[in-house]
Design a protein around this ligand. Structure first.
Ligand code: GLY
Length: 317
């Protein structure tokens, strides 16, 4: 196992009594091909800037994570929204979750195929329905009823992914390196706003060539994401089948009572590796704004805002 963590900044309270906002985004943890590194870093940086612009002007953590993830969904670099991997039927099938640390309210959508920004639909499920999770056609009917227009599935497909899907049977050995079964290029964001409230958002196209209807960790509360103002906020990425076995995002939040955000992130990734043999990564903020980032995948694309307001973005190797 190679457990990796970065050395993020500690973010403190301001002397005005308000919390200093904090934000981290990720663009997935997988075998990101080298030619995609610049776009992955750039996409994370732009999303962090979008989220930060909301937080620094007094906006809510929920608004910040939704806006940051929408941008990552719109960016075809990532496995979320347009540009996602295709399932075994040659279609994009999307999952997303958003969670409010103040109320523990959450909204999630699963297996939607005609929605370009599933994170916004997930937020509407949270705020405009009596439910937490809606799936496939039911979620899309709900979207239409709430003025979210549906798009053809082919609008979400980019040529890179069409070609990956077409060549999947031609050369299984070489495509396994280039196009791993678990690319894990899920996206996510966690934020702490000036009112001291936390939020998280995670969005994904899931795994390449997945069985239609397969659900990974991302839209499952506690696995793909968790936020609680009393502890922290987490967004996970990687092999969904493994991540959900250890309910990794809730695990990190629970650990924050005993350890720092960075220690909690590393401890959870170590447990994931030890108990499941699976690979993944995560970003975390505790309710002081302290950052945790860890992964046991080859890479993790991420960006966070430093205490002086600068954006630091990288692909951790
Ligand atoms: N972590 C994304 C998925 O497994 O679907």
């Amino acid at each position: 196992m190679h457990l990796k963590g970065v050395s993020p900044p500690t973010m403190t309270s301001t002397n005005t009594g308000q919390t200093r906002p904090a934000l981290i985004v990720h663009g997935g943890a997988w075998q990101i091909p080298e030619e995609m590194h610049p776009d992955s870093i750039r996409g994370c940086r732009v999303s962090a800037r979008i989220g930060w612009d909301i937080l620094k002007t007094g906006g809510s953590a929920l608004d910040a994570v939704e806006a940051a993830v929408r941008n990552l969904e719109d960016d075809p670099t990532f496995d979320a929204g347009r540009g996602s991997v295709l399932n075994a039927a040659g279609e994009v099938e999307l999952d997303a979750i958003i969670m409010d640390g103040k109320t523990l309210n959450l909204g999630a959508v699963i297996a939607v195929k005609h929605v370009s920004n599933p994170i916004t639909l997930a937020r509407l499920v949270m705020t405009e329905s009596d439910h937490n999770i809606l799936v496939s056609e039911g979620a899309e009917a709900f979207a239409l009823n709430h003025d979210i227009s549906l798009c053809p599935n082919w609008d979400l497909i980019v040529e890179r992914e069409r070609e990956r899907w077409r060549s999947k049977d031609a050369d299984e050995d070489s495509s396994a390196d280039l196009f791993p079964q678990h690319p894990g290029g899920t996206v996510g964001a966690v934020a702490l706003d000036a009112e001291g409230h936390l939020a998280t958002a995670t969005s994904t196209g899931g795994t390449f060539n997945k069985h239609p209807g397969r659900v990974g960790d991302s839209p499952l509360v506690g696995s793909g994401a968790y936020a609680d103002d009393r502890a922290g906020a987490v967004s996970a990425t990687g092999e969904g089948e493994a991540l959900m076995k250890v309910v990794i995002s809730k695990l990190v939040c629970d650990s924050l009572k005993q350890m720092t955000a960075q220690e909690a992130a590393e401890t959870a990734i170590a447990l994931l590796s030890e108990r499941t043999g699976g690979q993944g990564g995560l970003i975390a903020l505790d309710n002081n704004g302290d950052v945790g980032i860890a992964h046991c995948t080859p890479y993790l694309a991420y960006a966070y805002v430093t205490s002086d307001g600068e954006i630091s973005a990288d692909i951790e190797v």
